[in-house]
Design a protein around this ligand. Sequence first.
Ligand code: 13P
Length: 252
Amino acid sequence: MSPNRRRPLVGGNWKMHFVRDDAQRFCETFLAGGALPADVVLFPSFPLLATVAAALEGSEVGLGGQDIHPDEKGAHTGDVSGLQLVDSGCTWVLCGHSERRQDHDESDDLVRQKAVAALRYGLTPLICVGETQAERQAGRTFEVLERQLRAALTAGPATFTLAYEPIWAIGTGETATPEIAQEAHAFLRGLLVEMLDENAAEAKRILYGGSVNPQNAAELISKPDLDGFLVGGASLDPEKFLAIIRSCGSDS
Ligand code: 13P
């Protein structure tokens, strides 16, 4: 790892998996893994936040929610606010994950409102962007990424982190090649240079997500604009998750 490289960040997005016992066991095994060469954040589903917050206490592992409602409180059945996330021990939140965009029809503008709400509560939004298979095949990848990023970032140039998650690679076992991922990450960083400034863009961590596993992580992280991962399936197994995180420290 070159001395100037951004410190890697690895998120574990547990999606709608685990009950409290699983979460507790995961944390025990994971925390026994010792010092790690990356920052780590776990994104459990809402009913697990209290358990995971307690299990992670005193550790350096961060905690995040998988979604946020733009409002602080009110008649929004099934939703969770930034105030509630902070109260549950979160410092991060996912905004615009493709499963939210697809399953819940979340628009680019709603993603922006969520990022704004996150910042209001001091939560770091991890903004997810990515194209579908059809959009890639139609040569529209960059257009989609630019639209999603510009919409989200009218939230302001404050603290945020970005994840590139090509939808065709999520949960499919079909990872983007390191070259494809690097091309998208470099494109996103170029946009950040334009939208923020050179220094801020260089400091931003851009994570890759989509079928990351202990076998493909080292080659992906060797690419200059990949600064870590947002891991789904493999983040449910503490040993696999640890192996992915450790691969961020190798010089491969
Ligand atoms: P998988 O790692 O299961 O492909 O999921 C990626 C993802 O959606 C992380 O947010």
